[in-house]
Design a protein. Structure first.
Length: 186
């Protein structure tokens, strides 16, 4: 978890590689569907372009299908999911069914000013349609309203690991590894 621009996608790939599990990024799956012009992509695009969340039912069923794939059986890392309380409940149900359990929830903390700077830089490099200033502001607002409350939910469950997301990418990765490597595997 972490606000837009905190470095979730970048770090998710390193963590997944470290543990030999797939990184399941809902944002990446939506973007792939948008570029392939699938019905899911067509539905998701209007929300994404506006910086809104794709409706829970759509997102949940996509994640349910993805974690059913054979490569996810030994375990997986979720990047950008869950983002709402309804998604938290849905995820609990899904993994109750598959027999997985959550080992940890990593939240990257980064100062707001740094975030805006990073996102505008990413817009220039990657050309993401949802990195314009207005849309970024809306995504930050939604994160605060709908996703930040999840931090307390996972803290109460004793799963939360807060990582300082400031500094070099490598340093942040090492902080995450150091925190995760001491957690017993499920
Ligand atoms: P991300 O790449 O994680 O920043 O996601 C990009 C966009 O995809 C978000 O701004 C949402 O429009 C959509 N999205 C990704 N994950 C979710 C989710 N868990 N729930 C709803 N919408 C999502």
């Amino acid at each position: 978890m972490g606000p837009p621009g905190a470095g979730k996608g970048t770090q998710a790939k390193f963590v997944a590689q470290h543990f030999g599990i797939p990184a399941i990024s809902t944002g990446d799956i939506f973007r792939a569907n948008v570029s392939e012009g699938t019905p899911l992509g067509k539905e998701a695009q209007r929300y994404m372009d506006a910086g809104e969340y794709v409706p829970d039912e759509v997102t949940n069923s996509m994640v349910r299908n993805r974690i059913d794939e054979p490569d996810a059986v030994p375990g997986f890392l979720l990047d950008g999911y869950p983002r709402t309380l309804a998604q938290v409940e849905e995820l609990d149900g899904m993994i109750g069914f598959t027999g997985h359990r959550l080992d940890a929830v990593v939240v990257l903390t980064v100062d707001d000013d740094v975030l805006v700077e990073r996102l505008l830089q990413r817009a220039a490099v990657e050309g993401r349609a949802d990195d314009t200033e207005d849309v970024v502001r809306r995504r930050q607002e939604l994160y605060g309203e709908q996703t930040a409350p999840l931090i307390e939910v996972y803290r109460d469950r004793g799963l939360l690991i807060e990582i300082d997301g400031l500094g070099e990418v490598d340093d942040v990765t090492q902080r995450i590894f150091a925190a995760l490597d001491v957690i017993p595997e499920s």
